[in-house]
Design a protein around this ligand. Sequence first.
Ligand code: XIL
Length: 400
Amino acid sequence: MDRRAMLAGAGALGAVALLPGHAAGLAGPASRIPAVPPLPGPGLDAVARPRGLRIGTCLAQARPGADAGSLANPAYAALVERDCGLAVPENALKWQAVRPGPDRFDFAGFDMILHDAERRGLAMRGHTLLWHYDKWFPRWLIEHDFGAHPVQAAERMLRRHVETVCRRYGTRITSYDVVNEAVDPADGSMRSTALSRAMGSPEAVLDVAFHTARAAAPHAELVYNDYMSWEAGNEKHREGVLRLLEGLRRRGTPVDALGVQSHIGVFAPTTSVEEVVAGIAPAWRSFLDRVVAMGYRLVVTEFDVRDRGLAAAIPQRDRDVAAFARAYLDIMLSYPQLNDLLCWGLTDRYSWLRSFEPRPDGQATRGLPYDADFRAKPLYVALRDALAAAPVRPPRPART
Ligand code: XIL
């Protein structure tokens, strides 16, 4: 039994034994964090490993009072230890976090996350070397004057960023979302940003980012990550991503995998989740078939379920979320090109959906495996069952 499997097996007991003391010692809102209830059976990562899969979650930075989805929060750490073998920073490695200015880097936040993750034997993904979307650039970058030779100046800035991150962390980061969200979902075109305007085209930005990452982190899996999802309405986004992936292959840009964010959801009232799934599954499969036919691997990078269109009543909503997710996971896990599946958080208490996608009725969202009181929900069981039923696949091919 390896260390992860051991931790996962001991997780339930360990969590219960650990929590009361820690929680009592915390000030402010953290003192209201509930204890993690025991859960029989192995955690998600332990179920996943024998199938050639790994399970992960995003991690937030510690906050004063520790009530955050951070490893500094013992209640959250207990969930992570129980279920995960892999992690990714939710925000701490984005330009907004590590680039306070054009000539400044600040890695204090991510260093702490990585240190805590390594102590627990978690592998780390890097998210993201470039979120290619002006909305998420730091203000200084949008306003930056690239001078008389903008192509060279912007390229230099991007290269420096990618090299600085990749060299600083070396083999401690095994996989990077090199570029995130470069396609405009409205029409499938490539987004224009302050960097692409300076460098002449979005394609030039992507090529520099991936080539630089390959040279600076030759061991790492390089991923293009986006949110083209399986619901109806995302057809143009999916076509745009396919065009982007084809272009990368044509130009010989080194990209190993498509990151499928997987913020899946039911947005309109429905009497049958199964009917919704039947309507969207075939197109989704053919999208994935086209991606893997180009030689890309797949990573589920940010899984959660948006429940805006589902009933307010919790038992019904939880069942529908679980059924919708199970159908999705079964498709994703049927691809042997997929080895890693990461949730965008583990408990509804810290989910980004709470503020980014509140329900119209004001009720709390329930899109993650554990509820706000750290109790496992039907979605947890759906995940575990989907993993248990997943075909065994060969481990991801090593890069070095
Ligand atoms: C989100 C975080 O969860 C929020 O805390 C932050 O305010 C905005 O970004 N796609 C991505 C992630 O690639 O980086 C986003 O994370 C969620 C959508």
